[in-house]
Design a protein around this ligand. Structure first.
Ligand SMILES: Nc1ncnc2c1ncn2[C@@H]1O[C@H](COP(=O)(O)OP(=O)(O)OP(=O)(O)O)[C@@H](O)[C@H]1O
Ligand SMILES: [Mg+2]
Length: 260
Protein backbone atom coordinates (compact mmCIF):
# COMPACT_ATOMS: atom_id res chain seq x y z
CA UNK A 1 0.00 0.00 0.00
CA UNK A 2 1.44 3.38 -1.00
CA UNK A 3 0.74 5.00 2.37
CA UNK A 4 2.44 2.15 4.18
CA UNK A 5 -0.75 1.86 6.21
CA UNK A 6 -1.57 -1.54 7.64
CA UNK A 7 -5.21 -2.59 7.46
CA UNK A 8 -6.10 -2.92 11.11
CA UNK A 9 -8.32 -5.70 12.43
CA UNK A 10 -11.54 -4.18 13.69
CA UNK A 11 -12.94 -7.44 15.00
CA UNK A 12 -11.05 -10.55 16.01
CA UNK A 13 -12.68 -13.76 17.15
CA UNK A 14 -10.16 -16.20 18.58
CA UNK A 15 -11.32 -19.78 19.07
CA UNK A 16 -14.80 -18.59 20.01
CA UNK A 17 -17.39 -21.13 21.11
CA UNK A 18 -20.86 -21.22 22.64
CA UNK A 19 -22.29 -24.36 24.17
CA UNK A 20 -25.75 -25.17 25.43
CA UNK A 21 -25.20 -28.16 27.67
CA UNK A 22 -23.23 -30.55 25.50
CA UNK A 23 -24.39 -28.92 22.25
CA UNK A 24 -21.92 -26.61 20.50
CA UNK A 25 -23.97 -23.94 18.70
CA UNK A 26 -20.72 -22.12 17.80
CA UNK A 27 -17.57 -24.17 17.80
CA UNK A 28 -14.00 -22.85 17.71
CA UNK A 29 -14.51 -19.95 15.32
CA UNK A 30 -11.45 -17.85 14.52
CA UNK A 31 -12.17 -14.87 12.32
CA UNK A 32 -10.67 -11.46 11.60
CA UNK A 33 -12.65 -8.61 10.07
CA UNK A 34 -10.54 -5.66 8.95
CA UNK A 35 -11.61 -2.05 9.34
CA UNK A 36 -13.92 -0.99 6.53
CA UNK A 37 -14.56 -4.53 5.33
CA UNK A 38 -17.99 -5.82 4.29
CA UNK A 39 -18.00 -9.36 5.67
CA UNK A 40 -20.88 -11.76 5.14
CA UNK A 41 -21.65 -14.83 7.23
CA UNK A 42 -23.64 -17.47 5.41
CA UNK A 43 -24.66 -21.02 6.20
CA UNK A 44 -27.69 -23.28 6.47
CA UNK A 45 -30.42 -22.79 9.08
CA UNK A 46 -29.15 -23.61 12.53
CA UNK A 47 -25.50 -23.14 11.51
CA UNK A 48 -24.87 -20.78 14.43
CA UNK A 49 -24.90 -17.43 12.58
CA UNK A 50 -27.18 -15.53 14.95
CA UNK A 51 -25.45 -17.06 17.96
CA UNK A 52 -22.13 -15.84 16.57
CA UNK A 53 -23.58 -12.32 16.14
CA UNK A 54 -24.81 -12.36 19.71
CA UNK A 55 -21.31 -13.29 20.84
CA UNK A 56 -19.94 -10.30 18.90
CA UNK A 57 -22.58 -7.90 20.25
CA UNK A 58 -22.13 -9.17 23.81
CA UNK A 59 -25.77 -10.28 24.01
CA UNK A 60 -24.39 -13.73 24.80
CA UNK A 61 -21.16 -14.58 26.62
CA UNK A 62 -18.71 -16.94 24.98
CA UNK A 63 -18.18 -20.40 26.49
CA UNK A 64 -14.65 -20.39 25.08
CA UNK A 65 -12.30 -18.05 23.25
CA UNK A 66 -11.77 -14.31 23.03
CA UNK A 67 -13.42 -11.36 21.29
CA UNK A 68 -11.31 -8.30 20.44
CA UNK A 69 -12.52 -4.96 19.10
CA UNK A 70 -9.84 -2.73 17.60
CA UNK A 71 -7.31 -4.84 19.48
CA UNK A 72 -9.07 -4.44 22.85
CA UNK A 73 -10.25 -7.56 24.63
CA UNK A 74 -14.02 -7.17 25.17
CA UNK A 75 -14.70 -10.85 25.91
CA UNK A 76 -16.16 -10.02 29.32
CA UNK A 77 -17.88 -6.79 28.31
CA UNK A 78 -21.68 -6.89 28.13
CA UNK A 79 -23.92 -5.54 25.40
CA UNK A 80 -23.92 -1.93 26.62
CA UNK A 81 -20.18 -1.67 26.96
CA UNK A 82 -19.71 -3.18 23.52
CA UNK A 83 -22.22 -0.71 22.08
CA UNK A 84 -20.16 2.09 23.64
CA UNK A 85 -17.04 0.46 22.16
CA UNK A 86 -18.60 0.81 18.70
CA UNK A 87 -20.80 -2.22 18.03
CA UNK A 88 -24.16 -1.37 16.49
CA UNK A 89 -26.90 -3.60 15.21
CA UNK A 90 -30.18 -3.10 13.47
CA UNK A 91 -33.14 -3.03 15.80
CA UNK A 92 -35.98 -5.50 15.68
CA UNK A 93 -39.40 -4.20 14.57
CA UNK A 94 -40.62 -4.03 18.13
CA UNK A 95 -38.14 -1.25 18.88
CA UNK A 96 -39.88 1.07 16.41
CA UNK A 97 -42.75 3.18 17.69
CA UNK A 98 -45.51 2.66 15.12
CA UNK A 99 -47.50 5.67 16.32
CA UNK A 100 -44.56 8.06 15.92
CA UNK A 101 -43.03 9.47 12.77
CA UNK A 102 -39.76 8.35 11.21
CA UNK A 103 -38.10 11.55 12.41
CA UNK A 104 -39.39 11.06 15.97
CA UNK A 105 -38.08 7.49 16.08
CA UNK A 106 -34.65 8.52 14.86
CA UNK A 107 -34.61 11.51 17.24
CA UNK A 108 -35.20 9.11 20.11
CA UNK A 109 -32.24 6.98 18.99
CA UNK A 110 -30.04 10.08 18.71
CA UNK A 111 -31.13 11.31 22.16
CA UNK A 112 -30.51 7.86 23.66
CA UNK A 113 -27.00 7.88 22.23
CA UNK A 114 -26.41 11.36 23.68
CA UNK A 115 -27.59 10.05 27.05
CA UNK A 116 -30.58 12.42 27.24
CA UNK A 117 -33.28 9.85 26.48
CA UNK A 118 -36.82 11.21 26.94
CA UNK A 119 -35.73 14.21 29.05
CA UNK A 120 -37.70 17.36 28.24
CA UNK A 121 -34.95 19.65 29.51
CA UNK A 122 -32.78 19.83 26.43
CA UNK A 123 -30.98 23.11 25.66
CA UNK A 124 -32.20 24.86 22.48
CA UNK A 125 -28.77 24.50 20.85
CA UNK A 126 -28.81 20.75 21.46
CA UNK A 127 -32.31 20.53 19.97
CA UNK A 128 -30.96 22.09 16.77
CA UNK A 129 -28.04 19.66 16.64
CA UNK A 130 -30.36 16.71 17.20
CA UNK A 131 -32.69 17.89 14.42
CA UNK A 132 -29.74 18.27 12.01
CA UNK A 133 -28.46 14.80 12.85
CA UNK A 134 -31.91 13.26 12.44
CA UNK A 135 -32.32 14.85 9.01
CA UNK A 136 -28.88 13.64 7.93
CA UNK A 137 -29.53 10.07 9.10
CA UNK A 138 -32.94 9.92 7.44
CA UNK A 139 -31.47 11.24 4.22
CA UNK A 140 -28.63 8.71 4.38
CA UNK A 141 -31.09 5.80 4.39
CA UNK A 142 -33.24 7.29 1.63
CA UNK A 143 -36.31 8.15 3.70
CA UNK A 144 -36.24 11.93 3.57
CA UNK A 145 -39.64 12.08 1.88
CA UNK A 146 -41.09 9.85 4.57
CA UNK A 147 -39.58 11.76 7.52
CA UNK A 148 -42.94 12.99 8.81
CA UNK A 149 -44.87 9.81 8.06
CA UNK A 150 -45.93 7.49 10.85
CA UNK A 151 -43.87 4.31 11.11
CA UNK A 152 -47.13 2.37 11.01
CA UNK A 153 -47.65 3.61 7.44
CA UNK A 154 -44.24 2.46 6.19
CA UNK A 155 -43.63 -0.61 4.07
CA UNK A 156 -41.58 -3.48 5.50
CA UNK A 157 -38.53 -2.39 3.48
CA UNK A 158 -38.82 1.20 4.67
CA UNK A 159 -38.96 0.07 8.28
CA UNK A 160 -35.72 -1.80 7.83
CA UNK A 161 -34.18 1.31 6.29
CA UNK A 162 -35.33 3.26 9.33
CA UNK A 163 -33.73 0.69 11.61
CA UNK A 164 -30.42 1.35 9.85
CA UNK A 165 -30.77 5.09 10.52
CA UNK A 166 -31.38 4.30 14.19
CA UNK A 167 -28.37 2.00 14.37
CA UNK A 168 -26.22 4.67 12.69
CA UNK A 169 -27.30 7.20 15.33
CA UNK A 170 -24.84 5.57 17.73
CA UNK A 171 -22.01 6.23 15.26
CA UNK A 172 -20.86 2.59 15.38
CA UNK A 173 -17.52 1.34 14.07
CA UNK A 174 -19.02 -2.09 13.39
CA UNK A 175 -22.57 -2.61 12.18
CA UNK A 176 -24.24 -6.02 12.43
CA UNK A 177 -27.11 -6.95 10.14
CA UNK A 178 -28.94 -10.22 10.82
CA UNK A 179 -30.88 -11.18 7.68
CA UNK A 180 -31.85 -7.61 6.83
CA UNK A 181 -33.60 -8.49 3.57
CA UNK A 182 -35.78 -11.28 5.01
CA UNK A 183 -39.37 -10.68 3.92
CA UNK A 184 -38.45 -7.94 1.47
CA UNK A 185 -39.69 -7.74 -2.11
CA UNK A 186 -36.98 -7.94 -4.82
CA UNK A 187 -37.07 -4.15 -5.34
CA UNK A 188 -36.89 -3.47 -1.58
CA UNK A 189 -33.99 -5.87 -1.37
CA UNK A 190 -32.20 -4.05 -4.23
CA UNK A 191 -32.74 -0.73 -2.52
CA UNK A 192 -31.41 -2.10 0.75
CA UNK A 193 -28.35 -3.52 -1.00
CA UNK A 194 -27.63 -0.08 -2.47
CA UNK A 195 -28.01 1.48 0.96
CA UNK A 196 -25.44 -0.90 2.46
CA UNK A 197 -23.09 -0.37 -0.49
CA UNK A 198 -23.31 3.40 -0.01
CA UNK A 199 -22.34 3.28 3.68
CA UNK A 200 -18.97 4.95 4.28
CA UNK A 201 -15.91 2.73 4.54
CA UNK A 202 -15.24 4.20 7.97
CA UNK A 203 -17.92 1.72 8.98
CA UNK A 204 -17.23 -2.02 9.08
CA UNK A 205 -20.16 -4.25 8.19
CA UNK A 206 -20.86 -7.81 9.32
CA UNK A 207 -23.88 -9.25 7.57
CA UNK A 208 -25.85 -12.48 7.92
CA UNK A 209 -27.80 -12.99 4.76
CA UNK A 210 -29.58 -15.87 3.06
CA UNK A 211 -30.00 -14.09 -0.29
CA UNK A 212 -26.75 -14.81 -2.08
CA UNK A 213 -27.40 -12.12 -4.69
CA UNK A 214 -27.21 -9.61 -1.86
CA UNK A 215 -24.16 -11.33 -0.35
CA UNK A 216 -22.23 -11.43 -3.61
CA UNK A 217 -22.95 -7.81 -4.44
CA UNK A 218 -22.07 -6.45 -0.98
CA UNK A 219 -19.39 -8.65 0.58
CA UNK A 220 -15.62 -8.33 0.22
CA UNK A 221 -15.21 -11.62 2.06
CA UNK A 222 -17.54 -14.38 3.10
CA UNK A 223 -17.39 -16.82 6.01
CA UNK A 224 -19.36 -20.02 5.72
CA UNK A 225 -20.63 -21.58 8.92
CA UNK A 226 -22.01 -25.11 9.17
CA UNK A 227 -22.94 -26.88 12.41
CA UNK A 228 -21.25 -24.12 14.39
CA UNK A 229 -17.91 -24.39 12.65
CA UNK A 230 -16.20 -22.16 10.13
CA UNK A 231 -16.18 -24.25 6.98
CA UNK A 232 -14.52 -21.86 4.58
CA UNK A 233 -13.64 -18.21 4.25
CA UNK A 234 -12.71 -16.14 1.22
CA UNK A 235 -13.72 -13.63 -1.43
CA UNK A 236 -17.06 -14.13 -3.23
CA UNK A 237 -15.55 -15.81 -6.31
CA UNK A 238 -13.87 -18.45 -4.11
CA UNK A 239 -17.05 -19.18 -2.15
CA UNK A 240 -19.15 -19.23 -5.31
CA UNK A 241 -16.99 -21.98 -6.80
CA UNK A 242 -16.35 -23.96 -3.61
CA UNK A 243 -17.41 -27.58 -3.91
CA UNK A 244 -17.24 -27.94 -0.12
CA UNK A 245 -19.62 -25.04 0.42
CA UNK A 246 -22.01 -26.25 -2.23
CA UNK A 247 -22.06 -29.70 -0.64
CA UNK A 248 -23.19 -28.22 2.69
CA UNK A 249 -26.07 -26.41 1.04
CA UNK A 250 -27.03 -29.39 -1.08
CA UNK A 251 -26.89 -31.59 1.98
CA UNK A 252 -29.37 -29.35 3.78
CA UNK A 253 -31.75 -28.79 0.90
CA UNK A 254 -30.49 -25.26 0.21
CA UNK A 255 -29.28 -26.01 -3.33
CA UNK A 256 -31.51 -23.28 -4.75
CA UNK A 257 -29.37 -20.58 -3.14
CA UNK A 258 -26.47 -21.55 -5.34
CA UNK A 259 -28.32 -21.04 -8.59
CA UNK A 260 -27.72 -17.28 -8.28
N1 LIG B 1 -30.69 -20.70 23.80
C1 LIG B 1 -30.46 -21.83 23.12
N2 LIG B 1 -30.50 -23.04 23.73
C2 LIG B 1 -30.24 -24.16 23.05
N3 LIG B 1 -29.92 -24.23 21.75
C3 LIG B 1 -29.86 -23.06 21.09
C4 LIG B 1 -30.12 -21.81 21.73
N4 LIG B 1 -29.98 -20.82 20.80
C5 LIG B 1 -29.68 -21.43 19.64
N5 LIG B 1 -29.60 -22.77 19.81
C6 LIG B 1 -29.28 -23.75 18.78
O1 LIG B 1 -28.03 -23.39 18.23
C7 LIG B 1 -28.01 -23.65 16.83
C8 LIG B 1 -27.62 -22.39 16.11
O2 LIG B 1 -28.69 -21.46 16.20
P1 LIG B 1 -28.64 -20.06 15.47
O3 LIG B 1 -29.91 -19.36 15.75
O4 LIG B 1 -27.38 -19.37 15.82
O5 LIG B 1 -28.58 -20.50 13.94
P2 LIG B 1 -28.65 -19.62 12.61
O6 LIG B 1 -27.49 -20.00 11.77
O7 LIG B 1 -28.81 -18.20 12.96
O8 LIG B 1 -29.98 -20.18 11.91
P3 LIG B 1 -31.07 -19.44 10.98
O9 LIG B 1 -30.48 -19.40 9.59
O10 LIG B 1 -32.25 -20.35 11.04
O11 LIG B 1 -31.34 -18.07 11.54
C9 LIG B 1 -29.39 -24.18 16.46
O12 LIG B 1 -29.33 -25.58 16.41
C10 LIG B 1 -30.26 -23.71 17.59
O13 LIG B 1 -31.35 -24.57 17.79
MG1 LIG C 1 -30.28 -16.74 12.58
Amino acid sequence: MSTGEVTAPLLQLQGVGKSYGGFRAVDDVTLTVTAGERHAVIGPNGAGKTTLFNLVAGTLRVSRGRVLLSGRDVTRAGEHRRARAGVGRTFQHSSLFATQTCAENVALAVRRCLGIGMSLRVPTRARGLIADQVAELIERVGLIERADHLVGDLSHGERRQLEVAMALAGNPALLLFDEPTAGMSPSESDQFTNLVRALPRTLTVLLIEHDLDVVFSVADRISVLATGRLLEQGPPQQIRSSAQVEAVYLGSGHDEVFIA
